[in-house]
Design a binder for this molecule. Structure first.
Ligand code: 13P
Length: 252
């Protein structure tokens, strides 16, 4: 039985006072929940604040991206070891908002995944298709191409040390979530693909759904057998809404 995971991807939002209120609220709410894991991924400048406020609580924290280099002349980049120094457990890799406009290729995302594992971080690896790819029936092939880039770098066992997130780009920030049936079909397909390589890894791998998960659709999404939790964007900007999603996951 895989433990559900709910991750707040706060994207480029927040401020010191706003983060303080959000993190305190999530910690308090999570103290009542026993069956799920929860994490908050913040912009890099707020990692120290997350470390101070979330250490020794049931809530983990992480970064939203990292460099594929250990150190060096990469102005504006953040090294994996720096995330570790600030106590991160997780790092989001390959989010579509980073892949778009060619900022990140499949191979670069695979390399980042490998570097994250080497640093001792748990990568949350995002895959997902654009609207036109969805309409062209390319959902499966896009997700498999993105996933195989990770397998090429770390093998299937390495992949299973991370978390996979299916986030269809057409559902991100649009208020138009994938239907639970669509999300379940794709997640089962991805798990099946991993199972062809290694059944144990497939059984262990946590796969999240992301894309307009809200308090009012979380229950039907989390009821699906292959959906092991959510990667939550806009709904993580409102403490009570995010906590409702956590409670729903805990009850699922
Ligand atoms: P929304 O929940 O705002 O659709 O964002 C999803 C997302 O991109 C999480 O990484």
């Amino acid at each position: 039985m895989r433990r559900k995971l709910v991750v707040a991807n706060r994207k480029m939002n927040g401020s010191i006072p706003d983060n303080r209120a959000f993190m305190a609220g999530v910690v308090q709410g999570m103290r009542e929940l026993r069956k799920i894991d929860c994490a908050i991924c913040v912009p890099h400048p707020y990692l120290y604040q997350a470390q101070v406020l979330l250490a020794d609580t049931p809530v983990a924290w992480g970064g939203q991206n990292m460099s594929r280099h250990e150190f060096g002349p990469y102005t504006g980049s953040v090294a994996p070891g720096m995330l570790v120094e600030f106590g991160c457990k997780y790092v989001i890799i390959g989010h579509s908002e980073r892949r778009e406009r060619g900022y990140e290729s499949d191979d670069a995302a695979g390399e980042r995944f490998e570097m994250a594992l080497k640093a001792g971080l748990t990568p949350i690896f995002c895959v997902g298709e654009t609207l036109s790819e969805f309409e062209a029936g390319m959902t499966d092939s896009v997700a498999i191409r993105q996933l195989n880039a990770v397998v090429d770098h770390v093998g299937v066992r390495g992949l299973a040390k991370g978390v996979l997130a299916y986030e269809p780009i057409w559902a991100i920030g649009t208020g138009k979530s994938a239907t639970p049936e669509h999300a379940q079909t794709i997640l089962a397909f991805l798990r099946g693909h991993v199972a062809l390589l290694d059944e144990t890894a497939a059984e262990r791998l946590r796969i999240l759904y992301g894309g307009s998960v809200k308090a009012d659709n979380a229950a039907e999404l989390f009821a699906m057998p292959d959906i092991d939790g959510g990667l939550i964007g806009s709904a993580s900007l409102v403490t009570e809404e995010f906590l409702t999603i956590c409670r729903v996951a805990d009850a699922a």
